[in-house]
Design a protein around this ligand. Structure first.
Ligand code: ZN
Length: 199
């Protein structure tokens, strides 16, 4: 009897032991010439397949590995004002119109805020993406006022529209909404505040 009885789930990439019963099913599949067999992954509950070419493992330490597709970063629900966080959880496709002459901004969902993106080959959480833009602006020698640097350093990005970024200043109570224009690095103050998003 083979020692290799561990397979990797295609869904969650976790490893699990197919146990005696699973091995028998695989033996049967081989005998009958079936191409594949489905297993329920005990780690994520999804179905994953064994097939003729699927590698099987004997190393039981694989079983102790954490699932590798868990969110890279956990959602920090204290980073944004609590009311706003609750608002996001209840409004999945929230938008805000900041002025008459431009399209609505899409607001990032709670999950999106804590997803990583790459800005000039460095990883940032979306909520901190302007810190990435700031770094690039400074590196390429764009002249920014000290006030602007501080504002971007303290920014929390909350939405976007056609590449422009809507953000708040984490130092402000009920922060104004600002727009950052990646071409050129200009910052615009809007007349709105974070509370107006939730109205
Ligand atoms: Zn799985």
């Amino acid at each position: 009897m083979t020692e290799n009885r561990i397979i990797q789930c295609a869904e969650c990439k976790g490893y699990f032991d197919v146990l005696e019963e699973g091995l028998q099913r695989i033996e049967l599949a081989k005998e009958k010439g079936w191409g594949m067999m489905l297993f329920n992954c005990p780690k994520c509950g999804e179905q994953t397949s064994w097939h003729r070419l699927k590698e099987m493992y004997s190393d039981t330490t694989l079983l102790n590995l954490e699932k590798v597709n868990k969110p890279i970063v956990e959602i920090d629900n204290t980073l944004l004002p609590k009311g706003y966080f609750d608002f996001l959880l209840n409004n999945k496709n929230a938008k805000i119109r900041v002025s008459k002459n431009r399209d609505e901004f899409n607001l990032f969902t709670a999950e999106e805020l804590f997803t990583t993106i790459s800005v000039d080959k460095k990883e940032y959480l979306i909520v901190y993406k302007l810190q990435g833009f700031l770094k690039t602006l400074l590196e390429v020698g764009v002249e920014l006022k000290e006030k602007e640097v501080l504002l971007l350093e303290n920014s929390l990005s909350i939405g976007d529209e056609n590449g422009d970024v809507l953000f708040i200043d984490k130092r402000e109570e009920n922060s104004k909404l600002y727009i950052f224009y990646p071409d050129g690095g200009d910052i615009e103050n809007t007349k709105l505040t974070l509370n107006s998003v939730m109205e």
